[in-house]
Design a protein around this ligand. Structure first.
Ligand code: GRF
Length: 201
């Protein structure tokens, strides 16, 4: 069975969506551990409630990004992790880290990429006046929020939406497509042609 690690920095609702699907037997994998760069991330409590081991490293305790990344890499190697899921992990991993795990890291982003990469995507979508917003699961490449797209989902933007209401409606869809994309990757039901991820049944 494939092993995954889930990286978080905060609330952990996407983490919970994955753990719940796994509990119901809808995703078949071992969750080796949950990693957080924040000791107060709420998601750590969720991980513990599902009896998943947790690791927390604070970037400030390391003298360089490389040293920090190497520490995480050795954790992944020690646990023979096959796939890393970034589920609200608010840190940029180094190029060398990503290259070592090339094609085996996925990320959930709260916009229809390539629109609104980076931070505060929901607010920027609202301010821009788009009529549809959504979320994207993609492979992680060294350029932020730019890797090949695995799944996307869309929602309409309503005239009376606030950043909060839009964020929550997008989040509902994130909880569907992240576990679904993970399942596709675990079952190797895809091929990559350039930037295009073609899914098989
Ligand atoms: C989500 O909106 C995700 O798309 C973004 O960070 C947020 C994390 O939420 N990358 P949660 O911690 O999974 O609740």
């Amino acid at each position: 069975m494939k092993k995954i690690a889930i990286f978080i920095s905060g609330r952990g609702s996407n983490l919970e969506a994955i753990l719940e699907k796994k509990k119901r037997g809808q995703i078949d994998c071992d969750v080796a551990f949950v990693f957080s760069n924040k000791a107060d991330a709420k998601g750590l409590e969720i991980a513990r409630s599902y009896c998943i081991p947790t690791f927390i490293y604070d970037r400030k305790a390391f003298s360089s990004q490389n040293e920090f990344d190497d520490k995480i890499l050795s954790l992944l190697e020690e646990h023979s992790v096959d796939i890393v899921v970034l589920a609200g992990f608010m840190m940029i991993l180094s190029r060398s880290f990503i290259e070592k795990f090339n094609g085996r890291i996925i990320n959930i982003h709260p916009s229809l990429l390539p629109s609104f990469p980076g931070l505060n995507s929901q607010r920027r979508a609202l301010d821009y006046g788009v009529k549809f917003a959504g979320c994207t699961v993609h492979f992680v490449t060294p350029e932020v929020d730019s890797g090949p797209i695995i799944l996307q989902d869309i929602i309409p933007v309503f005239d009376d939406d606030s950043e909060e209401t839009l964020m929550l409606r997008i989040l509902d869809r994130e909880h569907i497509i992240l576990p679904e994309a993970l399942k596709i990757i675990l079952e190797e039901r895809y091929q990559i042609f350039g930037r295009r991820v073609v899914l098989s049944k």
